[in-house]
Design a binder for this molecule. Structure first.
Ligand SMILES: C[S@@+](CC[C@H](N)C(=O)[O-])C[C@H]1O[C@@H](n2cnc3c(N)ncnc32)[C@H](O)[C@@H]1O
Length: 312
């Protein structure tokens, strides 16, 4: 009798599983995420379902794919990934990849996940490179490369590829996991070591035997007193080396300026992404060799980017 009941129960479960579709999973996990206060519940659920079905976005699924029964394995995988999201793990770490400036890059905790506003910095640096009429190789330094997103996006940008200017990026990060991930992403998007080198070092320890034409950085810039305001999923998962910029958020900016005294060529430029409180402060902390050129806003009108030059 008991055996019959369990068999019937199992058959019922199996039947129920067969009815699970991409759409029903999307709905189920969106509801679960919403009631558990997971950020961006629908986007999270959609990305997980799409990922398991080998698509980037849920909207890429046609109506048949959205409604056909999922396999047992697909259901298991979706549920496993979604349970991680319930624990407030960033979606980028769950699906292990993220798109940035047209590139799909590998993501792995605790390496910083590139943010959309940094795509503006890629544009500013690409434009800066194009204004340079030199025919020789431009040597550029990225401080704090994280996943390698900025340098890779600049090298791979159509603007740069179609221009004759030859560029070479030295990318440094004080976090070995970031350097490892940058190297993996270089291989993934087919950028070899003649174009870009990833080195594990702190900017304060950078050897002074090479001079650069330009420096770009999205440094850690969150002031100490604001670290506690970060969303839990950022605070608990992304490296604090990538976030915390010291008392006023400018510790690494100061280190970059200090190193630039010896490694930046006269007339060379520095493009930085910073906290919106920084563009007002930076002109007052510049060593005498440097001049503040301009501030630019992000798409929300916040002052977020600065250009500095080293006087000739
Ligand atoms: C905000 S993340 C930016 C990562 C990447 N450039 C991006 O935009 O996605 C800052 C990076 O700077 C690195 N970093 C922090 N302090 C540094 C230092 N003193 N020298 C070199 N790298 C540093 C961190 O490890 C982190 O990877």
């Amino acid at each position: 009798m008991l055996q019959n009941v369990s068999l019937r129960f199992l058959r019922h479960l199996a039947k129920d599983n067969l009815k699970e579709t991409a759409l029903s999973k999307l709905k189920h996990w969106t509801n679960q995420f919403s009631s558990n206060k997971v950020l961006e519940p629908e986007t999270s659920a959609a990305l997980i379902v799409a990922h398991v079905l080998n698509k980037k976005m849920f909207v890429e699924l046609d109506s048949h794919e959205k409604q056909q029964p999922l396999t047992h394995q697909q259901i298991k995988l979706i549920d496993n990934l979604a349970r991680k999201r319930l624990q407030k793990i960033p979606i980028q770490y769950i699906i292990k990849e993220w798109d940035f400036s047209g590139l799909t890059l590998k993501m792995r905790p605790p390496v910083f996940i590139p943010r959309p506003e940094t795509e503006d910095l890629v544009q500013f640096v690409s434009d800066e490179i194009l204004t340079n009429s030199a025919t020789s190789v431009l040597h550029l330094l990225e401080v704090g490369c994280g996943s390698g997103a900025i340098s890779l996006a600049v090298i791979k940008s159509e603007k740069i590829k179609s221009n004759k200017t030859d560029i070479n990026f030295t990318c440094i990060d004080c976090n070995q996991s970031a350097v490892n991930l940058t190297k993996e992403n270089m291989m993934l998007v087919d950028v070899n070591q003649t174009k870009m080198q990833a080195i594990h070092t702190d900017i304060a320890l950078l050897p002074t035997n090479q001079m650069f034409d330009g420096i770009v950085s999205n440094p850690p810039y969150i002031p100490s007193k604001e670290m506690g305001d970060l969303q839990a999923e950022i605070y608990q998962n992304e490296s604090h080396l990538a976030l915390h910029g010291g008392y006023d958020g400018l510790d690494v900016v100061r280190k970059i300026l200090d190193a630039s005294k010896s490694v930046l060529k006269p007339g060379g430029w520095i493009w930085l992404e910073v906290d919106d409180s920084h563009p007002k402060i930076i002109p007052n902390i510049l060593p005498e060799q440097f001049a503040f050129v301009e501030m630019r806003e992000d798409i929300f009108g916040n002052p977020r980017f600065v250009k500095i030059i080293k006087k000739s």
